[in-house]
Design a protein around this ligand. Structure first.
Ligand code: F6R
Length: 365
């Protein structure tokens, strides 16, 4: 059942504190504060390169993973959409690791990319939610997301648990390669353990986000989402979520790209969602908010208390999320973005769990 919620999507959004905790517990030792991955069929210390491959929302988890692995594990990471990768005959580094992210484990393009990578002699690692799926069976190793069945077509808890697995993979590889000192490892793992309780706090903003959705997003024809660093894939995810369930046209942009074109779209009719956790890019994002507002745009800002303090006079709306280590911000900022899409769609009266033209698993290309 829907656990008292109106839609599976709402139930699944609200399950996130629990399933994030479950996924983390499988890999995290709370006393030693260390991450332990299952035995992997490759040596994490010597993997020369990673290729991250998936479709849709799973690909956006992979993009966050790329940013994390480059920064904290010092490994070069290529990122690709499975539907592009599989037909390009990409050149692959010998002994490389290929990571396939999939909720269903049955996505045709992701599976075809996995088979190609096997032929190319890559170690193939699946991050999969359905343990009996084809991708789980054909990969050399699997790191499971313990999200439980996801029924709503729009991916929510699968996405955040994919992020948790990628965060653990980042810490484990960073450690194995000597890229993380002990102090940083403890800081990153400590930040991860706080995520379930912080996620529960974020869910308290549900009512407020519903009000913003009804007032500002339901009437909109176009919406922009902006972010930098790991908030850039979150901007893409926010736009994807909104368009697939509310049918409002939305685009995610790297905030620094605004003046290369999309700023021409801004006027008083365009809500601009800004994902701005306190991190080393906050000030840069803040100046993009200024540019948006100067052109009449309606900025809706997701930030922590410090960020809200800095931007509340400029923005139309602000939501103050808990202050967290920037490492885990993408996991937490996924939640308001999901709630915003959900409430906009509910208010518009669309079929939230079964949006038109979409299937839960895309088993044909
Ligand atoms: C969006 C969504 C899709 C899936 C994509 C990949 O909300 O659900 O974009 O993420 O079809 O599906 P899986 O993860 O099953 O390979």
């Amino acid at each position: 059942g829907k656990g008292g919620h109106r839609h599976f999507m709402a139930k699944e959004i609200f399950e996130q504190p629990q399933v994030i905790g479950d996924t983390l517990s499988a890999m995290f030792n709370p006393t030693a504060r260390t991450i332990t991955l299952p035995d992997l069929p490759f040596d994490p210390a010597t993997v020369p390169r990673i290729t991250m491959i998936a479709c849709g929302t799973a690909s956006l988890a992979g993009m966050v993973g790329k940013y994390w692995l480059e920064r904290h594990a010092g490994i070069p990471v290529d990122w690709d959409l499975a539907s592009e990768f599989r037909y390009r005959e990409p050149v692959m580094t010998e002994g490389g690791l290929a990571v396939f992210i999939s909720q269903s484990g049955e996505t045709a393009d992701t599976l075809a990319a996995l088979r190609y990578c096997k032929q190319q002699g890559q170690y193939c690692l699946g991050i999969v939610n359905a343990p009996e799926s084809t991708i789980a069976r054909e990969a050399h190793a699997v790191l499971p997301t313990l999200a439980g069945p996801e029924i709503g077509v729009a991916s929510t808890k699968a996405f955040t648990t994919q992020l948790v697995v990628l965060a653990c993979l980042t810490i484990a590889l960073g450690k194995a390669r000597g890229a993380l000192d002990h102090e940083t490892e403890a800081r990153l793992s400590g930040a991860l353990t706080e995520v379930p309780s912080r996620a529960a706090e974020v869910l308290n903003h549900d009512e407020r986000i519903r009000a913003i959705a009804e007032e500002t997003f339901v009437p909109a024809r176009d919406v922009l989402y902006l972010g930098r660093g790991t908030s850039y894939p979150l901007a893409l995810e926010g736009a994807l979520k909104l368009k697939e369930i509310s049918y409002i046209h939305a685009e995610g942009y790297a905030a620094g790209e605004m003046k290369h074109g999309p700023i021409a779209l801004i006027d008083e009719h365009v809500p601009v969602v800004v994902i701005a956790p306190s991190d080393d890019l906050f000030e840069k994002t803040a100046s993009n908010v200024q540019e948006v507002v100067a052109r009449g745009g309606k900025a809706v800002v997701f930030a922590d208390d410090a960020g809200v303090g800095r931007l509340k006079d400029l923005a139309l709306e602000t939501i103050a999320l808990p202050a967290v280590d920037p490492f885990v911000a993408p996991i937490l900022y996924a939640i308001p973005v999901q709630l915003l899409a959900y409430h906009t769609a509910v208010a518009k009266g669309t079929d939230v769990d079964q949006p038109r033209n979409l299937a839960k698993a895309v088993t044909v290309e």
